[in-house]
Design a protein around this ligand. Structure first.
Ligand code: TYD
Length: 137
């Protein structure tokens, strides 16, 4: 499977009417895992790069619910860049995929849905270590 297939763009139901929009994301239905954790990143800008890690256990879906940002995704061989700029779209990131988030607009709110509770020990923050682990897999 290539990287685009492993990290698909997902679109969510947009129940818009004359009162405004309402986007629904149901765990295990609209995304391929049960949601255990939600966090969001804001007040970043176009000078910072966040992420810069891979996770041994966690799967994520990233959604810019406001503004926009980019995510660079790699498996150590291929690289893709996804622009997140719509509240009804996200990108799925499975385990053991390296990601960098950058180019945040001033109004960016990047919502992240995760399949696990937080455990700093499952993060790989050294790219050389990441390459070693995936090549040993
Ligand atoms: P970090 O992983 O560096 O954020 P990003 O992936 O956006 O670059 O996390 C920043 C800090 O927040 C770090 O001290 C760990 C803490 N944190 C938690 O306590 N729980 C969480 O769920 C997350 C994502 C981070």
């Amino acid at each position: 499977m290539d990287l685009k297939e492993r990290c698909p763009i997902v679109y969510f139901g947009d129940h818009g009417d004359e009162r405004g929009k309402l986007v629904v994301i149901e765990g295990s239905q609209d995304i391929p895992f049960e949601i255990k954790r939600v966090f969001y990143i804001y007040d970043s800008d176009d000078t910072v790069v966040r992420g810069q890690h891979a996770n041994r256990e966690s799967e994520f879906v990233l959604i810019n619910v406001a503004g926009r940002s980019k995510v660079r995704i790699t498996d150590g061989t291929e690289e893709i860049i996804v622009e997140l700029d719509r509240p009804m779209m996200g990108v799925y990131i499975p385990r053991m995929i390296w990601k960098d988030m950058y180019d945040f607009s001033a109004d960016s709110i990047l919502l992240v849905l995760a399949s696990t509770h937080y455990d700093g020990a499952e993060y790989i923050r050294d790219y050389e270590e990441y390459l070693k682990e995936i090549r040993g897999q």
